[in-house]
Ligand binder design. Sequence first.
Ligand SMILES: [Zn+2]
Length: 240
Amino acid sequence: MDDQKENMIKKAMVVVAHPDDAEWGCSGSVARLCREGVEVVYVLCTDGSKGTEDRSIDGYKLSEIRKNEQIKAGEILGLKDVIFLNHPDGYLEATLDLRRDISREIRRWKPDLLITTNPKRDLMTSNYLGHPDHFAAGEAALSAVFPAARDHLTFPELISEGYDTHKVKEVWVMMFGENANYWYPISKEDVEKSVKSLHSHVSQVKNPDEASKWMKNRRSELGETIGADYAEGFRRYKLS
Ligand SMILES: [Zn+2]
C-alpha cells in the first residue's frame, strides 16, 4: 500500500532544533519524499550557536557555519526551503513564542505532513540521554500542529499577518528505538543521499566514515522490520 499517495501528501515540513538533527533522524525519508515530488521545507528552531568544542570559534561564527552546512544538506536532499527561527541554541524551551513561530510557518507553508523530534526523554529504551533542545522542538511543534495552527482564535495576530489557519493531516515523530510504530521504506539511493547530506555538516560530523556506517546499518536494521532493504522509524499520528 502506498500510504503517501493514499494520504495525498504533497507538502511536508520537518521541525527540528539544530542543523544536522534532521539529517541524523529522517533524511532518508526526506530524500524519498523529495524524489517523489513532495515539497519539503525544514524549520530550524535554534541558531546552532553552541555545538562545538573549538574555543577559537565564537557563537556567531559557528551559527553562520552551521546554517551554511544545513543549506548545503538541503540542496543535496532537494528541499524547497530552510527556515531558521533563530532561538538561542542550548536554551530552547517549548514556550508560547516558539509555538507561535512554528505555527506561523505551518500556516505559511501548509504542510500535509509534519515530521519532528521526540518531545520526551526516553531513558528506558535508548542508550542516548537526548538533548533538551530536541525535546523542546518536538513539544512546540506538536503543540503548533494541534491546536495552534488549526484554530483561528489562537494567535489571532497570525491572521492579521496574513497567515490563515491550517490543518496538518499527519505527524511522524522520529524514533530510533522500539517505540516506532511506522517504518517508512527508503531506497539505497535515498540512503546514499542522506549520508551525503549528513556529511555536509562538516563542523559536527568528526568521523564521516563512522557516521556513514551507522546511518546505513541502522536503516538496514529498521528495514528488516518490514522486509525492506532500508527504512526509517517513526511514531505516526493521523489527524484527520
Ligand atoms: Zn541536535
